[in-house]
Design a binder for this molecule. Sequence first.
Ligand SMILES: [Cu+2]
Length: 582
Amino acid sequence: MRNLSEPMGSIIRPSTTRRRFVLGMAASGVAAALPRAGAWAAAGEPGALTGPEVDLDIAPLPVNFTGQPRIATAINGSVPGPLLRWREGDEVRIRVGNRLAVPTSVHWHGIILPAAMDGAPGFSFTGIDPGESFEYRFRLRQNGTYWYHSHSGFQEQTGHYGPIVILPRDPAQIGAERDHVVMLSDWSDEDPVAVLRTLKKQADYYNRHQRTVGDFLRDAREQGWRKAAADSLAWGGMRMNRTDLADVSGVTYTYLVNGMTPAGNWTALYRRGERVRLRFINAGAMTIFDVRIPGLSLTVVAADGKELDPVTVEEFRIAPGETYDVIVKPADESAYTIFAQAADRSGYARATLAPRQGMSAPVPEPDRRVALSMADMGHGASTEHAGHEGHDMGPPSYAVLPAGIHHAPTEFGVSVDMRVATPSARLDVPGVGLRDNGRRVLTYADLASRFPDPDGREPGRTIELHLTGNMERYLWSFNGVGFMEAEPLRFNYGERLRIVLVNDTMMEHPIHLHGMWSDLENEQGQFQVRKHTINVLPGHLNSFRVTADALGRWPFHCHLMLHMENSMFLPVIVDEEGRHEA
Ligand SMILES: [Cu+2]
């Protein structure tokens, strides 16, 4: 174990007790004495496994991220697990051994493969019992940045995740002299089961940012009394706590980059003039991150593994499950801070890009916390269009739902405490806390695949699903129906269909469909970008196309772990029996 009598005080310079906790007492959580441990931490380069045959060993591992010894769920003795560097076209074989006391699994997030290899227990796969092993085998039909993680219990929260880089068969169109994985995650010393129990008792427990009269007065000063009062009344009327931007926060989380705390300062090396490809992966269980590197422009070249028309920004939001590849080109030999603040501003993950180990650059303070506004919720969207004011506009029209949105009868029950009447379909919305922050922030409107619609057919039918919840009871669902009661969604094998997601809650939900791509559409219902995880903003509507070319039973769920568990989760069945109509 790390010698705790040598705190990292000279690096941390804590201003408060809580800040010290947020930054992490220990440099890295992984015990240095164990074999292969700290592969990520020690050299600043990931422990990579190359070649099509891989052995992964899932076992408990003593760690210490905060000064308190804990047990993580590790892969080959490290958190994250090893980088799997594969080549497109190869057939890979991964033997996974389970040395835990409970069943485990490995899900290959974003990889197109047969259902039996997908690794979600209870679907086309039974899980890996203690002492048992399982051999995964599938051919790689794609390239790019992906990741793997447990689909069993809360193991992902406790360290069971790792990155995948699939090199293209043909040389990449977008070159870089350096290549680093930047895997973001959130660590809690609390047992995730206890965290969920706490949230069930008091949903705002980890939210230490309740609004006060002082906040209202500040809003009034900045926005004028009328707007502040109108906002306040509207929120009061919906019985919502508008500051609840994250269920679980820096109160319990320490945010990690490649398994290193902010104090540990994981460092990516570069040489002057190099193009550096940074492969960001959000492996956080419950944390949406806002990422920037002060002093450098970020050219985003891939989303969820797939190449984009490059777009240059200063900041991007990344939700759990998503990946973004970014090219930076430092022109000097300075250190730069890779700064990933939690969307609720309760803490941050931090790393450094530098020509040498041991360098560092100033670390920004987290931005001021901004409350969710009616504009963020889409309610204000009609007044954002030039020339329109007030509430006398007709109902908005949606290209993908010509008859308007439809709340299912199941949405009218105790499991749903809010429905949005006029969701916004706009993609050029940065998300709460990023609006007008003075930086050029990536939005989904900026993401354009470098290829036309890979299917080419218009969707044959549309399935409308609402993302629903009851914040106070900490219940999450599709259309007000939790996983246990839900009828599976049925796709006809071979069809092209459209899914419309309407977010009736005040939280973002990164929705992930296994086994098939999610081809995000623009506001007009045209193909825009191929993804595997679509982060739907509060009060917004997103649509995507699916080609149902993968037989079997597949999970479809929110990638916020406690939302998935509790239980924004639907089974999808792709079969050839009969026709299924919307
Ligand atoms: Cu969710």
